[in-house]
Design a protein around this ligand. Structure first.
Ligand SMILES: Nc1nc2c(ncn2[C@@H]2O[C@H](COP(=O)(O)OP(=O)(O)OP(=O)(O)O)[C@@H](O)[C@H]2O)c(=O)[nH]1
Ligand SMILES: [Mg+2]
Length: 428
């Protein structure tokens, strides 16, 4: 028997009416609650809910049992009735106990932002790795919340509302979920081993990772730079897998370019961690290209959120190029000039109009060349025919002929030294 929890695709075309709840905590240093709720509404729609109302509360302390104060819970209950809502979506992470208590009081399903993100991930996962990762994250999230999940997920079979599930049944399901977690964990570690082997073979190349908030245009930029056909969609979390491509065209040296999963505010840490492959691409990158959507009203916050997630990943030492995309959306030419003044090191592009691409390629090449190390090679004069071959592996900054030899002053990518030595020995 397979519990319906594993049924990740929603089978009903029904779009449940949802009430969104945001909290403005005093110590909240993040987004103003209104902005965050706008984003939550976008997430809810992407996850196929219909946000019909929002409710906010200013809170100095969080109520341990119900998150909100009792007056606000009553107000919420009225709103649920009034709007005939089937689900309440909190912008903050709720504990399993808070969720359970709120469901009892509100008599409808209660979920939080991480769950909505998980639903979207689950809808968008395509590869076996992404599917396994999302499923694992969903199961881990659901385990302590099993009673609710049963009710909540019953809508996936077309039914809505709470369902009475006996304690014994829950015990059984818990065990099944635990078994499934351990099965998926093993499967994932096999996939990761294969990936690791692939990654090792790429280690000598210069690796560039495209990173940034969701929907800023990372995949579009990947396509612009590589001529490839990665999925681009105007939706949140279109990309869940790291795609890596070797790019030679228009670059003096081949580079490896990786597209990665988008980042978002209040993304639960363990969810980030579950996207191991995509994050490995970020961790192993020699250069990060941080893409920002200049046309988004909250681009600054999106930029700082992405930077803080990257910091948490421990990649703050990796050189980074900031790329402001979608400049075609700026109505006023002065705005662009102002931005250039504010961010003199950034590159401004429009993937749609293909502007700024040469500048971006140059920025990538400049970063690469800045990391080359000096290296000297001496060749017999008769072997100067090797110089064009050497140029494929290194930058020749000077060549001096003397007696019967030629000395080349090179700048070389450290990993390429061994390959160059092999080449020269092969001709020795
Ligand atoms: N106006 C405009 N829209 C753009 C530009 N580049 C990308 N877009 C649009 O932005 C939306 C998101 O693009 P994606 O490339 O899927 O964004 P992403 O960063 O890969 O998104 P996720 O994979 O969801 O994190 C799509 O509708 C693109 O057509 C641009 O230069 N100008
Ligand atoms: Mg993408």
């Amino acid at each position: 028997m397979k519990p319906e929890f594993f049924d990740t695709q929603k089978q009903s075309s029904h779009t449940p009416r949802a009430i969104l709840v945001g909290v403005e905590a005093q110590q909240n240093s993040g987004a103003p609650v209104g902005d965050s709720l706008d984003e939550l509404a976008g997430l809810a729609e992407t996850a196929h809910y219909d946000p019909v109302a929002t409710l906010t509360q200013r809170l100095t302390t969080i109520h341990p049992k119900t998150y909100l104060g009792s007056g606000k819970v009553e107000e919420l209950e009225q709103a649920v009735k009034h709007h005939e809502a089937e689900i309440v979506i909190f912008d903050e992470t709720l504990s399993p106990a808070q969720t359970r208590n709120l469901e009892k009081l509100l008599k409808c399903n209660v979920v939080d932002r991480p769950w909505i993100i998980l639903e979207i991930f689950s809808d968008h996962a395509r590869t076996s790795e992404a599917k396994t990762q999302v499923e694992l994250a969903r199961l881990k999230y659901a385990l302590p919340r099993l009673t609710r999940m049963w009710g909540h997920l019953s809508r996936q079979r077309g039914g809505i509302g709470m369902r009475d599930v006996g304690e014994t049944q829950i015990q059984l399901d818990r065990r099944m979920i635990r078994d499934q977690i351990s099965k998926l964990t093993k499967k994932l570690s096999r996939i990761h081993k294969e990936k690791q082997t692939q990654r090792k073979s790429r280690q000598t190349a210069y690796q560039v990772a495209l990173v940034g908030y969701t929907n800023v245009g990372k995949s579009t930029l990947m396509n612009c730079l590589t001529g490839a056909d990665t999925l681009v969609e105007n939706k949140l979390f279109a990309t869940l897998d790291a795609t890596v491509r070797k790019v030679k065209k228009n670059f003096p040296y081949p580079i490896l370019l990786a597209d990665t999963v988008g980042l978002i505010d209040k993304l639960p840490h363990d969810l980030v961690a579950s996207f191991k492959s995509t994050l490995d691409e970020v961790r192993n990158a020699n250069l990060l290209v941080h893409v920002i959507d200049i046309s988004h009203p909250h681009y600054r916050r999106q930029m700082t959120t992405a930077e803080s997630v990257l910091n948490e990943l421990g990649v703050h030492d990796t050189p980074t190029v900031r790329v402001f995309n979608k400049i075609d959306q700026l109505e006023n030419g002065n705005d662009l000039e102002e931005m250039r003044r504010l961010y003199p090191d950034a590159v401004f592009v429009s993937c749609h109009r293909q502007t700024g691409m040469a500048e971006l390629r140059q920025a990538i090449v400049d970063h690469y060349e800045a990391r080359l190390v000096p290296y000297q090679v001496e060749l017999a004069y008769t072997r100067s025919d090797l110089i064009p071959e050497i140029r494929k592996h290194a930058l020749v900054v000077d060549q001096q002929y003397h007696n019967n030899a030629v000395t080349l002053d090179l700048r070389i990518w450290p990993h390429h030294k061994a390959r160059l030595m092999e080449l020269l020995n092969g001709y020795a």
